[in-house]
Design a protein around this ligand. Structure first.
Ligand SMILES: NC(=O)c1ccc[n+]([C@@H]2O[C@H](COP(=O)([O-])OP(=O)(O)OC[C@H]3O[C@@H](n4cnc5c(N)ncnc54)[C@H](O)[C@@H]3O)[C@@H](O)[C@H]2O)c1
Length: 426
């Protein structure tokens, strides 16, 4: 199977376009603040209301929120009142929110399968857009968004926030200064575990939820029709119709940050393997693996060895940049370590490099990169910065995720043709 796309200047990136794109501020209010609309105020969207306020308390006001679950909408309305001292307009249809000409920018934090239609509609409505990762549910949809963004002249930031973390910026700087020498190999992992009565990704389902107070057809959007299913609504990550599973939910953060730190773009190939090994209860109808390994080859003699498992959390989260002169590892998005190589007959120039430990909170006052990422988006709209994760970059991360899903589902190695922008199976 292979997919073709019209030739685009996909890799002639972002930075130039992002800087030249005029950020037209339609509805900036009398206080000079940007009016923000928020689509999706579930787990991420609700928490992020606070992070945006922390990031730019003086520069924005959330004037409208949209969610199809009335419980989430009410909770977010209350939080916006507390944070911003205003009562936001509320919507259950994002198209009505987008029709409000006073809104300058929208944050889209809905399930993966809705990203495409919502981002395209927001751009067509003249909004700047913060779209959560993964950029889209398929490679084709991702290219649609990239193309629409290029036409729009609007600012779009994709939610791969590690790029805005000072720890990863430091890692990039150290690599560029030659601290680890040549790097042909990165090991990246994300391990999780939970008690037997708390299966992975089986998030809380509010007991009062029903097809009406969640607007089931709007949740389904472009996905295949099926009867109301609260598990699918609140635990959408477990089903292929709405999610690429580990690959697009978690892995994309890590391939993205490897690309960032090592100035890479796209892998040449991926071979993925895994399955549902840990969460196998008879009444658990999950479809996506809880165990996934993926090997990526890049064209310049470089490999990422990725693994994710939801049955042991001992090693947590991390990326290990294994250079021939030293190792940089960033663990749990909180700690950066550098170790010089210590092999036999090692050059003293290398062995004498001091070990380094930096902590996100202690050294930079950061939990992770999310708050910086939001600030970067707002400053880009104000013309003071260029976004660090425009759609071209978000699409590169998403392609690596989709490649892992496609390789896993087809049990074949998948190859990306960067010139033709096509994949095929080897
Ligand atoms: N960047 C990160 O580190 C990070 C972390 C977590 C989640 N995310 C991303 O954030 C997004 C949301 O994830 P989540 O964990 O918050 O999911 P969630 O299920 O907790 O929240 C999704 C919300 O969208 C609402 N919704 C569903 N269909 C809708 C529609 N048609 N119109 C409006 N609202 C609708 C739901 O009611 C829910 O409130 C995903 O893309 C996810 O990958 C990113």
């Amino acid at each position: 199977m292979s997919q073709g796309f019209p030739r685009r200047d996909f890799l002639k990136t972002s930075a130039a376009i992002a800087l030249s794109a005029p950020a037209v501020l339609q509805g900036q209010n009398a206080n000079g603040k940007l009016n923000i609309g928020w689509i999706g105020v579930g787990t991420r969207g609700y928490a992020a209301l606070d992070w945006l306020h922390k990031a730019v308390p003086e520069n924005v006001v959330v004037t409208a929120i949209c969610d199809t679950y009335t419980g989430h909408l009410a909770r977010a309305k209350d939080r916006v009142q507390t944070l911003y001292g205003i009562t936001p307009k509320t919507y259950d249809d994002y198209r009505d929110l987008l029709a409000d000409a006073s809104i300058d920018a929208v944050f889209i934090m809905t399930p993966e399968h809705l990203h495409h239609e919502m981002t395209i509609a927001a751009l067509r409505a003249g909004k700047n857009v913060y779209i959560e990762k993964p950029l889209a549910h398929t490679i084709e949809e991702g290219f649609d968004i990239v193309n629409e963004w290029k036409k729009s002249g609007k600012i779009v930031q994709v939610g791969t926030q590690n790029r805005s973390s000072s720890l990863y910026k430091k890692a990039k700087e150290m690599v560029e200064q030659g601290q680890i020498g040549d790097d042909h190999y990165v090991r990246a992992f994300w391990y999780r575990n939970s008690a037997p009565d708390d299966p992975a990704w089986r998030y809380f389902i509010p007991p009062e939820a029903n097809p009406h107070n969640t607007d089931w057809p709007k949740f389904l959007g472009p996905a295949p029709e099926r009867p109301w299913d609260p598990q699918r609504y609140f635990q959408w990550r477990l089903y292929w119709d709405y999610s690429g599973g580990i690959s697009t939910d978690l892995l994309v953060h890590q391939t993205d940050i490897v690309n960032f730190v090592l100035s890479k773009t796209l892998p040449l190939s991926c071979m993925a393997s895994g399955g549902i090994y840990r969460w196998t209860a008879k009444n658990d109808d999950r479809e996506v693996p809880d165990t996934l390994s993926a090997i990526y080859e890049y064209s310049d003699r470089f490999q990422i060895n990725y693994s994710c498992y939801f049955g042991n959390v001992h090693y947590g989260y991390g990326e290990q940049f294994c250079g021939n002169e030293g190792t940089i590892e960033v663990l749990n998005r909180q700690d950066l370590y550098f170790y010089p190589e210590k092999y036999r007959n090692v050059d003293t120039r290398i062995a004498s490099r001091p070990e380094v430990h930096l902590n996100g909170l202690k050294d930079f006052g950061e939990q992770d990169g999310a708050i910086n990422h939001f600030r970067n988006f707002i400053e880009a709209i104000q013309g003071k910065a260029s976004v660090i994760a425009p759609p071209t970059v978000g699409q590169q991360a998403a392609i690596s995720g989709h490649m892992a899903t496609l390789s896993f589902k087809n049990q074949k190695k998948i190859v990306w043709d960067e010139t033709a922008e096509k994949y095929h199976f080897a």
